[in-house]
Write a protein that binds this ligand. Structure first.
Ligand SMILES: [Zn+2]
Length: 349
């Protein structure tokens, strides 16, 4: 089977380099559209800017849908300060210290790109005694632009305005030991996996038992990704999104994580048991976990009122929404479980 691990990791690296904070995802969606056109997959762009790719199956009365989100955390210019620094407003949820020291890009409304660094306003230890202790808040964090500016007027003259999108340098590194270190593994790793799956299905001319949709959603980090544009024949909905690692979790950076429950409540029990059975049958490295502070495209679809069976799996990602890391093994195990699922003949209900 042409399910290529190197294609998926290379694709992740490319996706990570395209800025795509929630609310500003046209560029990355266009890139994914182009990539899918190479595989000859039929795609449609939704009004909200997501991408719905469809591969026909033997049974066209009942459909399956898988999703992964291509939007990421980011920020917006909240205010141009009188000293020429930029105050930020978060896009998505994270801790301010997770972006301290990060290089960033500011995109103006006309498409100009400026660079800067995210720092506290008390960054120098030679000047501020409490530099390290001050609580990292929206008020303390600021962007130092790489431009000769000293006041707000000079910043505005560059074309920078309140509402401009700010994206973070992903600092993507693939190590010889197989680790993938990067921001936005959540959830571009899973987007890369779904692209790898679609490529393999097309190249190997695999016949899917059911017509299967792949929704590349673009508003997950702000809560409502994947909650619309679900074709009416859809009966099963599988979100492919990162597995959460931390104290008390069994998920690690090598496995595919199968989510039993998150903040939204339990995922469909029968679907979860099916995913576990498929992982067992295929000898995959998997863990079942509960994610304490988490929601997904699938839970968003349930809240929107869809009558579907919902599940959630994904590669284990360490330090999520911070300096994330996973391993090629997690890509591999997740892709194999997704492939086993879309080829499975039985529906959950
Ligand atoms: Zn995610």
């Amino acid at each position: 089977m042409n399910l290529s691990l190197s294609y998926m990791i290379d694709t992740f690296v490319k996706l990570a380099q395209i800025p795509s904070p929630s609310g500003n995802t046209n560029q990355v969606i266009s890139w994914v559209t182009e990539e899918l056109s190479k595989s000859g997959v039929h795609v449609e762009r939704t009004n909200k800017g997501a991408l719905l790719a469809t591969i026909s199956g033997r049974n066209n009365d009942k459909h399956r849908l898988l999703t992964a989100h291509v939007d990421t955390l980011g920020a917006m210019v909240k205010e141009i300060k009188s000293n020429g620094r930029l105050k930020l407003s978060m896009v998505g949820g994270y801790a301010w210290n997770a972006i301290e020291g990060e290089h960033c890009q500011i995109e103006t409304a006309t498409g100009r790109i400026y660079t800067g660094t995210i720092l506290t306003s008390k960054a120098s230890v030679h000047v501020y005694r409490d530099s390290g202790k001050a609580e990292r808040t929206e008020d303390l964090m600021e962007v130092r632009l790489d431009e000769k500016v000293t006041d707000a007027q000079e910043v505005k003259a560059l074309g920078i305005s309140v509402g401009d999108f700010v994206s973070f340098d992903p600092r993507t590194t693939v190590t010889e030991s197989g680790f993938v270190k990067s921001r936005h593994l959540d959830d571009k790793a899973s987007v890369a996996i779904l692209l790898g799956i679609m490529k393999a299905v097309q190249e190997d001319k695999l016949e899917l038992p059911y017509t299967t949709h792949f929704l590349i959603s673009n508003n997950e980090e702000i809560g409502y990704g994947g909650n619309s544009s679900i074709p009416s024949a859809t009966v099963e909905y599988l979100a492919v999104d990162m597995g959460a690692i931390g104290t008390g979790q069994t998920t690690d950076e090598y496995c595919v994580s199968i989510c039993a429950k998150d903040s939204s409540g339990p995922y469909h029990y029968g679907f979860r048991k099916k995913l576990v059975a498929l992982a067992d049958e295929n000898g995959l490295n998997y863990q079942v976990d509960i994610y304490p502070y988490y929601g997904s495209d699938a839970s968003a679809a349930l809240r929107a009122g869809y009558d579907i069976v919902h599940g959630l799996i994904g590669p284990g990602v360490d330090a999520s929404h911070s300096h994330e890391r996973t391993h090629s093994s997690a890509f591999d195990n997740t892709a194999k479980l997704v492939m086993a699922y879309i080829l499975s003949d039985e529906l959950v209900v």
